[in-house]
Every structure is written in structure tokens, then in C-alpha cells.
Design a protein around this ligand. Structure first.
Ligand SMILES: [Zn+2]
Length: 125
């Protein structure tokens, strides 16, 4: 049996378990601490090696956005740079402890200090 057959057997086995009413419950990082959700059998094998990619899938966002959401402490940080050239770490209005979907929506906005100072026409409020 080659590796592909082994993977196919595992996928089929997971579907058989699902058909039998056995669910795969995972804990996902959340702005509230931890959420639990049901993992479709088709995502179980991927979850074992690339959990972040599956979390991103479940939220309907890209892996890159998901990782940035985590890296910014699940809050939306201002997109401006400080005078020292560092990224401003202030949280934008309504962007504290948000879920990944809202994070994606608010990403790219500016904090109260930088809002307006950037003079960007594409800032949406
Ligand atoms: Zn700022």
C-alpha cells in the first residue's frame, strides 16, 4: 500500500465515523478565550498538521489574516507608522478583542491619534 492509499483509507474511515454519528470537536482560539466547534471529517487530517490553516478556513479568511489576527492579540492595530518609523500599536475604534471576520473588516484603519492625520481618502468609517 502506498502513502496515497493510506491517506484515502484514513479519509474514508473518518467519513465512516462521521456517518456513525461520531463528531470531531476541536477547541479554537478566540477573542473570548477558547471556542469549541465541530470539525468536518474532511478537515480532520489537515487539522492534525496545519491547525492554523483549518482555523482560517473555518472563519472564512486567509491563513495570513488569521496569523496576523493572532499576532496582534486578536485586536486591530492602527496601520500608521510612528515618527520613529515603528508600526503604531494603538487599537482602532471598535477593534479591541474581535473575532477574525471583524478583524479582517477593520484591518487597515487608523487609531484616534492617526485618524485624519494620514489624509488618506480610502479610510472608511
Ligand atoms: Zn495610530
Amino acid at each position: 500500500m502506498n502513502k496515497m492509499d493510506g491517506e484515502m483509507d484514513k479519509s474514508q474511515f473518518l467519513c465512516d465515523l462521521d456517518d456513525a454519528g461520531i463528531s470531531f470537536i476541536i477547541s479554537t482560539p478566540s477573542q473570548n478565550g477558547v471556542d469549541t466547534c465541530v470539525l468536518p471529517p474532511s478537515k480532520v487530517l489537515k487539522f492534525m498538521t496545519q491547525p492554523e490553516a483549518v482555523y482560517a478556513d473555518l472563519h472564512g479568511i486567509t491563513l495570513r489574516d488569521y496569523l496576523q489576527w493572532e499576532a496582534e492579540g486578536m485586536s486591530v492595530q492602527c496601520s500608521a507608522r510612528t515618527k520613529a518609523g515603528k508600526r503604531c500599536k494603538n487599537v482602532v475604534a471598535g477593534g479591541a478583542s474581535v473575532n477574525p471576520k471583524i478583524w479582517v473588516d477593520l484591518h487597515g484603519q487608523y487609531c484616534e491619534v492617526h485618524n485624519g492625520m494620514e489624509g488618506k481618502a480610502d479610510i472608511q468609517r
